[in-house]
Design a protein around this ligand. Sequence first.
Ligand SMILES: Nc1ncnc2c1ncn2[C@@H]1O[C@H](COP(=O)(O)OP(=O)(O)OP(=O)(O)O)[C@@H](O)[C@H]1O
Length: 301
Amino acid sequence: MNIQPARADIDQAADPAGGICVKQATVTYRSGLTALHDVTFEVPRGTITALVGVNGAGKSTLFKAIMGFVRLARGSINLLGMPVKEALKRNLVAYVPQSEDVDWNFPILVEDVVMMGRYGHMGFTRRPKAADRKAVEAALARVDMAGFRKRQIGELSGGQKKRVFLARALAQDSQVILLDEPFTGVDVKTEDQIIALLRDLRDEGRVMFVSTHNLGSVPEFCDRCVLVKGTVLAYGPIEETFTQANLEKAFGGVLRHVILHDQAGGPAQPFGVFSDDERPLVIHEGRATARRREADDERPE
Ligand SMILES: Nc1ncnc2c1ncn2[C@@H]1O[C@H](COP(=O)(O)OP(=O)(O)OP(=O)(O)O)[C@@H](O)[C@H]1O
């Protein structure tokens, strides 16, 4: 796997191994509510990491803190070995929003949305140069949306909209990409396309941090996981963190949890089905199982 930094400008200040590094971070909103308390975790470069937790657990707050939108009351966040402010200044961080956070009636073309990713690379005038147009073209081609460049964003399907925002992050050439619920309202084929793209981006050494309620997909496409509930309950490789015990801590009674019995009515089998969404997670002997994909069979070891 190639985990060399893709951009020369991150070489000087960045710790090449460092992805997202959060230490004892606390976020308190103006209302006085502490949404995140004493949060500590790391996400290395060259990984896809799931951010998992119930509604209100603090996932969006954590993304906002990583994007510098909310102030930390305590603690620190470093991205690629530098403070958030510096990483943002260098256009190293991109956010792919939840569909609900976007005004789809706003009259803007697909290519203009993707061009927004280039703003930080342009001068004060924000006049696109040939390199910017080329980056937009390449990003749209990469998400298979080149044919839609002149469409209004509001005229696209849910999955197409997601791909356009992913293209904006690619045009920006960001190294840390935060994706908020990328699979909501997306069919299985588009989900597979997005996952294939995320894997490519991971193999380029970027950090992909993905908030999702789609628990069944997590062991399929993520290497690591961060479980939150007002703080970080567990983080690390999927095999160690995405366990029945941790999921029960994170979701408690919120999950639909079914234990299957054998047909003769004998003792309970060690299978559990967890669902926080439409795609359930099957647990066998306390461990998450992944659906086997044809694409996996074709991937080199
Ligand atoms: N701007 C805000 N001001 C005050 N409280 C807020 C604000 N935004 C979020 N909260 C509160 O902070 C807590 C965490 O919310 P957050 O949106 O981070 O959760 P989440 O895990 O992203 O939820 P979901 O899965 O529903 O998107 C919640 O109790 C929420 O009500």
